[in-house]
Design a protein around this ligand. Structure first.
Ligand code: ATP
Ligand code: MG
Length: 294
């Protein structure tokens, strides 16, 4: 078991870029900012988001992963990349965006939101401008920024959901997870009108179960909320996922042929090839809204 963990850690190390590598130009004009959220906690958001980032990087996308789960940030644990700084440190003159983003496997960059983005509220306007201009430099590099939020309809989750140009909601087939997903959709519809929401059903036992959950949520979202749900697909229940978490290595790297990895790769392709909304406000738009809200 220890040998296997060591082997997996090496795979991750080898695929990491050295820090301070100059950032090459990105593939598209505006960065897609995509928040991943859920109604109920523990449905697999963090694991999904980390592995989706890797799958997108495998499709030649430059990806930034923002851990915005302020209460229980753990992207670093799933990714196996501890962060020394977080975005609050950007206010300091000597610390630059390259120091704050950690290089992860497949060239993805990880940015920790820190344990209290609400400290941003204590910044004066000069500090806010300085922080924003540092964050904006990511716009030149990143094709996609994936935001792992906390669960539920609390303020600190909703702020990120409202600020992002695109939102993916995750549920499992459990009735409690579906009820909470509906509660989140209701709040989303109240804040964002009928902007389309993307859905992923995690931990399904077979494709019929995934289709049933999608259909039931779609029916209530359309009928009661006037909300369009776009299905991105499903991820099967897979013990490799739990095993990978134990080794602190994303399943996509530890078990690339596993069914969970295949599902996430297919979702990444769908996310890329079905396109983005016509109006993208990019990283600057996203953080401007976060600062405005706070
Ligand atoms: N497809 C899957 N198959 C099997 N187990 C899974 C799957 N997806 C997630 N899990 C398990 O669920 C656990 C919780 O996942 P994760 O931490 O990603 O959830 P979360 O939604 O981010 O939780 P929180 O709301 O606390 O942030 C993981 O540790 C993993 O063991
Ligand atoms: Mg999480």
């Amino acid at each position: 078991m220890r040998d296997q963990a060591e082997k997996l850690r090496k795979i991750v190390q080898q695929s990491r870029f050295a820090n301070h590598t100059p950032l090459p130009a990105k593939n598209r004009a505006k960065t897609r900012v995509i928040a991943v959220t859920s109604g109920k906690g523990g449905v697999g958001k963090t694991n999904f988001t980390v592995n989706l980032a890797l799958a997108l990087a495998g499709l030649d996308q430059k990806v930034v992963l923002l851990d915005a789960d302020l209460g229980m940030a753990n992207v670093d644990v799933v990714l196996g990349c501890p962060a020394t700084y977080n975005l609050l440190n950007l206010v300091e003159d000597r610390i630059h965006i390259e120091d704050v983003t950690v290089n992860g496997p497949r060239g993805i960059r990880f940015l920790s939101g820190g344990s209290g983005v609400y400290e941003l509220a204590n910044m004066n306007s000069v500090q806010i401008q300085h922080t924003l201009s540092q964050l904006s430099t990511l716009e030149d590099w990143a094709d996609i920024i994936l935001v792992d939020t906390g669960a539920g309809i609390g303020r600190n989750v909703l702020d990120f959901v409202i600020a992002a140009d695109e939102v993916i909601i995750i549920t499992t087939p459990e009735p409690t997870a579906m009820t909470d997903a509906y509660a989140m959709m209701k709040v989303y519809a109240g804040q964002r009108g009928s902007s389309p929401l993307r859905l992923v059903v995690n931990r399904v036992l077979d494709s019929q179960e995934g289709r049933d959950v999608t259909e039931r949520l779609n029916t209530v979202a359309t009928r009661f909320l006037g909300l369009q749900l776009h299905s991105l697909g499903m991820v099967y229940e897979d013990t490799n996922m739990r095993q990978a978490v134990k080794f602190q290595t994303p399943v996509l790297l530890a078990y690339p042929d596993s069914v969970a990895s295949q599902c996430i790769e297919s979702i990444a392709r769908k996310l890329l090839y079905t396109g983005s909304p016509s109006v993208l406000t990019g990283i600057r738009g996203f953080f401007n809204r976060i600062f405005d809200i706070i």
